[in-house]
Design a protein around this ligand. Structure first.
Ligand code: ADP
Ligand code: MG
Length: 186
């Protein structure tokens, strides 16, 4: 059987982009997947933070506003897609909010990226976020975990519409990464 890396080359894939809600495992699964394929891993949150020169997404929202964050996400995505083939973990809003959404759609239209939605039910997200609340600003001022579950539900349609494939992401990270590799190898 061909290696995932060879499949990547054969299909002229520029990237596998992971989309989905906070806590769906984009960063965790992305690292495992990149390792298995033998390509680089890019976490868009980290890149966008570096562009904004802040230590946390909360700080960017507080000091520069949400629009500055979305612009940084778009710029980081443009740059990441220009690099050698990689697995790109996005932030939860990238596939749903312009301008990063527009960047993703334009790349998808060229047919050289896979966009995988890591689909997760609310209860699974809740238990993960309770263990590790992470660094995310509240968008509405309500309880951050309750908000994250509501935001995840409200974005499901957007994730589905931009995804080239949907993967159940409720199992262990290695199982999710394997399912993605099987899809790439198809
Ligand atoms: P995202 O990047 O999509 O926001 P992360 O990869 O940062 O999600 O994961 C959020 C939290 O959930 C982390 O603490 C991570 O260890 C945990 N986690 C991620 N994927 C799984 C999984 N498949 N099973 C259990 N915990 C997970
Ligand atoms: Mg992440």
């Amino acid at each position: 059987m061909q290696t995932p890396r060879a499949i990547f080359d054969d299909r002229n894939l520029a990237a596998v982009v992971l989309i989905g809600a906070r806590g769906s495992g984009k960063t965790t699964v992305g690292r495992v997947l990149a390792d298995e394929i033998g390509i680089g891993f890019i976490d868009l949150d980290e890149r966008a933070l570096a562009l904004r020169g802040e230590a946390s997404v909360c700080d960017v929202f507080e000091h520069q506003g949400e629009s500055a964050w979305r612009q940084a996400e778009a710029a980081a995505l443009v740059a990441a897609l220009d690099e050698p083939p990689s697995v790109i973990a996005t932030g939860g809003g990238v596939a749903c909010i312009d301008p990063p959404r527009a960047v993703l759609r334009a790349a998808a239209a060229k047919g050289t990226i896979e966009i995988i939605w890591l689909r997760c039910d609310g209860q699974t997200l809740k238990s993960r976020l309770e263990t590790d609340p992470g660094d995310r600003p509240s968008l509405t001022g309500q309880d951050p975990i309750e908000e994250a579950i509501e935001v995840a539900a409200s974005r499901a349609q957007a994730y589905e519409s931009v995804a080239t494939h949907i993967i159940d992401a409720t199992g262990p990270p290695t199982a999710t990464a394997t399912a993605i590799m099987e899809w790439i190898r198809r």
